[in-house]
Write a protein that binds this ligand. Structure first.
Ligand code: 5CA
Length: 439
């Protein structure tokens, strides 16, 4: 993509409404624009990151055998009356009346809709287990939308739902999601810590929040430091195997949010030098709630003995749009964002230090073409701007690699390759630089 043709409205000034670094950088890097309180448009750069995160989530869900669907954002109030949640949900729910005076709502979550679909079609234990998810916009009329996409009113969530015959099989489904969540965050270079959690309006008696540590997080959290040194991607996961031992490994160490925190247990179980008391961002939340929805909504299956049983369910959420902010909170410096390669909007920023100079233009055009042909995503700064402004924008938008070409270096056939995270810069021949990036 040529920057001269790209819609990238970067800002030099820090917007005064943004209180935390991810919100400031998302606005300054031209990723989003607020439309109303807690409601954002995603501009090209932000949209690319959102899609990359979505794709990692999708791949890790599919690897567990979960199947992608797409349910509507607008739901019927009657369905929510059946589950008993219509009144309970209170003012967070955006209620709408259509032209025929039918009561509708903008879905804050989808337990009711998926349970109705499942119950209408599946009648026998033979068609279990099943797990379906979608990646869809949600609306919650939060009292205090804030911190940009971190606590929005409209936000993108991956929500998945498992259906099983009995609580034991439900636990197997829960464990698959538990491990796949750890992998999902790890692929975004995030160290997510599973913490026992309150179940709130979703309900049920088994639940974990996945939290990443960040000073700007909304929750106060307490955990064992060992969590921060673990790497779940080291192991291959066989989702057909018994995952309980692995889940036990991740749940045996102390980890709790403030609502579940037990100071006495924390002090007795965790040696003083391993105690972490910090703030955290909730990037996912999983629940097992048995027949809480299947019973009132009539999702029953026949058992091998010929009985009828409500199906056992769990639900599993990932804050896809929140993750964009969370990743920035975890990975930035005072110049801007530092994207992990897996979610970066482009891998390489190609900086032409003197647009209009014949040698610079020819070398940059050729590098751009070669990298693009090799499938490398490049944002090519071919604008007629000062070098300083180009560098500042590149650092701000945080692409993992900067490939810099100027008249002086090119005379000797050299370009610079800078790693955004380490700041290390190498002077290389054009071919060597291209091999590093495309190799
Ligand atoms: N039905 C369940 C799981 S499918 C559910 O709704 N769970 S939740 O309420 O915990 O939300 C799942 C995830 O969505 C949260 O962990 C969080 O990462 C994200 N999320 C929740 N509310 C917001 C919000 N207002 N803005 C951005 N992300 C949010």
């Amino acid at each position: 993509m040529r920057l001269s043709q790209y819609f990238l409205p970067t800002l030099k000034e820090t917007p005064s409404e943004a209180q935390i670094v991810s919100h400031r950088y998302m606005l300054r890097a031209g990723m989003i624009r607020q439309s109303s309180a807690g409601i954002y448009s995603w501009l090209p750069l932000g949209f690319r990151v959102l899609k990359n995160i979505e794709q990692i989530v999708r791949e890790e869900q599919n690897a567990t055998g979960a199947q992608e669907v797409l349910m509507p954002t607008i739901q019927s109030a009657d369905l929510w009356r059946q589950s008993g949640r219509y009144e309970d949900y209170g003012q967070e729910m955006l209620r709408i009346t259509d032209r025929h005076d039918r009561e509708m709502l903008y879905g804050p979550t989808n337990e009711e809709v998926i349970t109705e679909i499942f119950g209408a079609h599946v009648k026998s234990y033979r068609h279990l287990p099943r797990n379906m998810y979608h990646i869809q916009w949600k609306f919650r009329d939060e009292v205090r939308p804030r911190f940009g996409v971190m606590r929005g009113r409209e936000f993108l969530m991956k929500d998945g739902y498992s259906f099983d015959l009995d609580p034991h099989a439900g636990r197997v489904a829960y464990n698959k999601m538990f491990i796949s969540y750890l992998r999902t965050y790890a692929r975004m270079d995030l160290q997510a810590i599973p913490m026992k959690a309150e179940t709130g309006p979703i309900g049920g008696d088994m639940s974990h929040e996945f939290i990443i540590l960040a000073d700007t997080g909304e929750s106060e959290v307490f955990c064992h430091r060992d969590f921060l040194e673990r790497d779940v991607l080291q192991r291959d996961i066989d989702y057909d195997s018994d995952l309980q031992p692995l889940v036990d490994e991740w749940t045996s160490l102390y980890a709790a949010t403030d609502d579940m925190h037990d100071a006495a247990r924390f002090e007795s179980e965790v040696p003083e030098d391993r105690r972490v008391a910090a703030r955290g961002i909730e990037v996912g939340h999983i629940f097992f709630f048995g027949d809480k929805y299947s019973k009132p909504l009539g999702a029953f299956v026949s058992t091998p003995d010929g009985d009828e049983m409500p199906v056992q369910m769990g639900s599993y959420g990932i804050g896809v749009s929140r993750l964009v902010g969370a990743i920035i909170e975890a990975s930035h410096d005072d110049k801007g964002i530092i994207w992990p390669e897996s979610v970066a909007p482009f891998k390489v920023g190609l900086v032409n230090l003197r647009t209009g100079d014949e040698a610079c233009d020819a070398a940059c055009d050729s590098m751009y073409a070669k990298l693009s042909d090799a499938g490398v995503e490049v944002l090519y700064d071919d604008r007629e701007e000062r070098a300083g402004a180009k560098f500042a924008d590149m650092d701000l938008i945080g692409l993992p690699w900067q490939l810099i070409a100027g008249p002086r270096g090119l005379k000797e056939g050299k370009v610079e390759l800078k790693n955004r995270r380490s700041g290390e810069t190498d002077e290389l021949s054009i071919d060597a630089a291209l091999t590093r990036l495309a190799g």
